[in-house]
Ligand binder design. Structure first.
Ligand SMILES: [Zn+2]
Length: 148
């Protein structure tokens, strides 16, 4: 997919993703300024004799916007990727909540879907340390049901 085609696609998704207003305007301008060009599936509808002259225009335009598009994409990813947390026992990096609250220090009660540790229960209620659970997990002695 080319830079313009990607920008037009992002512009069409603007209602569904978190996007800064300036970036949305930028993408709308790109879509507007390039709607006369044979981009994406529209290319098939163009006569081959006319494509070479438009190719030069597309290449020139994409060079003009590529740095700014890159910045928009980096910001979009930062704004739209869910923030996950890492399990301190098995390194699983898709915990929904931090294992312990940064404010109260309380366990999240979330069960790690890889090693089965339940923060605030396995440690606080059952008295099992991260190191002990990691050893059990590596020996295959844990389940995601958090049996002790
Ligand atoms: Zn884990």
């Amino acid at each position: 997919m080319g830079v313009i085609e990607g920008a037009v696609l992002l512009n069409s998704l603007a209602d569904y993703i978190t996007m800064e207003k300036d970036h949305r305007i930028f993408l709308t301008v790109i879509a507007s300024e390039t709607d006369h060009l044979p981009i994406g599936s529209l290319r098939e509808q163009w006569h081959a004799d006319y494509l070479p002259s438009k190719e030069a225009e597309i290449t020139h335009y994409e060079q003009l916007i590529s740095n700014d598009i890159r910045k928009v994409c980096v910001q979009l990813i930062a704004n739209n990727v869910e923030k996950f947390h890492r399990c301190p026992i098995c390194e699983f990096d898709r915990l929904v909540d931090p294992p312990r609250s940064e404010v109260t220090g309380a366990g999240s009660l979330e069960v790690c879907s890889r090693c089965g540790f339940q923060f605030g229960v396995t440690d606080d209620d059952q008295g099992i340390s991260y190191e002990q659970w990691r050893d059990r997990w590596k020996r295959g002695e844990t389940t995601s049901c958090n049996e002790s």
